[in-house]
Design a protein around this ligand. Structure first.
Ligand SMILES: [Zn+2]
Ligand SMILES: [Zn+2]
Ligand SMILES: [Zn+2]
Length: 335
């Protein structure tokens, strides 16, 4: 199955949080103003509520996460909005001239009518037997509420409800959509996918350190221009080296990557005066991008999965860094 989302930065941040045990369940939060949120996803990735929900759905489609029932939300069948106001109308004539009235029963004679029919000033008097009503529960009782249509006179305990969404769509009870609001956790096969697809160069950095280099993954370093650049991995000959021996940038997409990333990588690599520049792509560079990268003398690494890519980066770096001219690259005279 084509992996489209898992290599995206936001997905990688979530996977890393799961792997590090910072989160195991993405619980939804439903609110009137924001609809469905996944607060932890927003916090970890910086995505907005809509993007957060989409990200989780995509990761479920790609088999890493599994959803489970958590909450629900009634939404407009036309536009999906959950923000409604409610109006009622008469089931018989459709009129909205409706009042809500408590129903009273005079226990002595069995008369049932709305309260206003019994009311005479501040007293309640039975319109049938003319006796005053004295005490609730003794000689009369309440029969709940009825809705009275003043257009056709119908009394109805449950008139038709109309739900009008924020975009003006009017729906009845039976039209409304019940939307499932799931929570998400790692699927049964998710851990294996996570191990395979988490782009984590930490172990490569450790390996290079054990070979005597100094490495950081990820790394933020300031270039000659003063701009701070981000790399997925930077290797120095030693901790005191003025300039990096190699800088690695990883890019991932669902299709071959184009030459823009080669230009961007070259620009930051020149700015930090890196000895070797390694551009790593999931799944690949397109042919013009590959030509351009090789023309610039960059190392190109391509693989379909994160674990293959990481292995390939490690092998390539160990090869490149053994070359004395790279390891001994001298810093430029001035900045
Ligand atoms: Zn609507
Ligand atoms: Zn009566
Ligand atoms: Zn009516």
């Amino acid at each position: 199955m084509e992996k489209k989302v898992i290599h995206r930065r936001e997905a990688q941040l979530l996977l890393r949080a799961i792997k590090e045990g910072r989160i195991s369940f993405f619980k939804p939060l439903v609110s009137f103003s924001g609809g469905v949120h996944y607060p932890e996803v927003q916090e970890i990735t910086g995505a907005d509520p809509h993007e957060s929900a989409e990200l989780l759905e995509s990761l479920e489609r790609e088999g890493i996460l599994a959803s489970e029932e958590a909450e629900n939300l009634i939404v407009c069948p036309v536009c999906g909005s959950h923000q409604f106001f409610i109006q009622i109308r008469c089931r018989t004539c459709g009129s909205m001239k409706i009042s809500k009235a408590p129903m009273l029963e005079h226990l002595k004679c069995g008369m049932i009518e709305t309260e206003d029919v019994f009311r005479q000033g501040d007293r309640l008097v039975c319109p049938k037997c003319r006796k005053p009503l004295t005490a609730i529960g003794v000689d009369y009782r309440k029969h709940g509420y009825f809705y009275h249509c003043s257009s056709c006179g119908r009394f109805d305990p449950s008139p038709e409800k109309r739900y009008i969404c924020q975009n003006g769509h009017s729906s009845g009870d039976s039209d409304l959509q019940l939307k499932r609001v799931p929570g998400y956790r790692l699927s049964p096969g998710g851990l294996a996918i996570l191990e395979k697809e988490l782009i984590d160069l930490g172990r490569v950095a450790q390996r290079l350190q054990s070979l005597g280099f100094y490495a950081e993954a990820p790394a933020r370093i300031r270039g000659k221009s003063g701009v701070v650049h981000e790399f997925d991995l930077v290797v120095w000959g030693s901790k005191d080296s003025a300039v990096p021996s190699a800088a690695v940038s990883i890019y991932a997409s669902d299709r071959p990557l184009d030459s823009m990333i080669v230009l961007a990588t070259m620009a930051k690599s020149i700015d930090v005066a890196s000895g070797a520049t390694l551009i790593a792509a999931i799944p690949s560079l397109d042919q013009p991008a590959r030509n351009l990268a090789e023309g610039y003398g960059m190392q190109v690494v391509e693989a379909g999965s994160a674990s293959d890519l990481i292995e390939e980066i490690r092998t390539r770096l160990e090869g490149v860094l053994q070359k004395p001219e790279v390891v001994r690259s001298t810093p430029p005279e001035t900045y």
